[in-house]
Design a protein around this ligand. Sequence first.
Ligand code: SIN
Ligand code: CO
Length: 389
Amino acid sequence: MSQPLDVLGGITAEQFLAEYWQKKPLLVRNALPEIENILVPDDVMELALDENITARLIKQKDKDPNQWSVKSSPLIKADFQKMPKLWTLLVQAVDHYSFDLAELWKKFPFIPQWRRDDIMVSYAQKGGSVGKHFDFYDVFLVQGYGHRRWQLGQMCDAETEFVEGQPLKLLPDMDVNFDEVLAPGDLLYVPPGLSHYGVAEDDCLTFSFGFRMPNVAEMMDRVSDKFAADQLLKNPLKDILRDKISPIGQITQNELEYLKTELLAQLQNPAVLEDALMSLMSEPKYPENIPEAEAIGTGDLEEALDQGYSLMLEPASRLLYTEAEGELLFWANGEGICISEAFSPILKQLADGGSVLLDENLYDPDMLEDIVNLLNESILMLLPAAEEE
Ligand code: SIN
Ligand code: CO
């Protein structure tokens, strides 16, 4: 992947990862011209009123724009009445609703899928913003419609103080060292911690291709769930050798050491840790966005063979795999999945973002059953091949 990439303004992925990723911002003009007009402001308004969508309507008071309010979804029409002059509508996971948008993740093949969060869109009219702030995540801000002025400032961290008494984590000040107006197709990479402030210049849609990392607390939580579900571990431990009598109110250091050692010995079990982490990382963030599949059987699939359909990943689902010593293991939507060995390399291709033509090469009863199961669970989807691209 060492050729220069348009999406990175002509530098290679390796250069970007070494010099910018997690470190400093990058502005690329006309990085993603395909994004223009995938959605227009009315589409975003319509999506925001969908009962399944996660959205926020942020308003600034006309009398004092330093007073903010946030209304979280479900949003209804009445929320958009008597609007102040300055407001922003944020809609999460629009990539689960627009296939064309979901396809644009492919412009960032140098960051693995498990690091992806979602694509959020913001809609604002002139002057609208979400205030001066920073995020703990990497984000590619891509202008989709209209114009937004972006200012960047100092690096912040968990110690940074926010404006008091507001429903958003706003920064009191920013030492502005970057000030540019982005037009449709322009991209601004903002690393975690960098303060930023984007103000709409006109009717404006900005797409945030957001990335994520798990935190240790949630990893611990999932690990503990996995161990807690193990029946064998529910058996009481044996007692230690009682060769000394100690005061009855005390747990001795020796006893504590024994309990800790038993616990830590279990935590060395790599299969359980990997299962816990893979389950966590494959959990869908918006499970309600996963469409209910129309139940099919292997017979239906046989009929669809050679009819010009392709298999691909359902955008709202998550499918990840590990590969160790030639063995592929898969997790989807928070659980480990079992599939036939023959289907493994094909599912790997799908997890890597590829599409696979449904033709006689897949004609194997086990494979057809795997495919049917994954389609019925909405982990995979079928697309008429002509609709690809
Ligand atoms: C916006 O698009 O207005 C907000 C995106 C962000 O600041 O992360
Ligand atoms: Co931000």
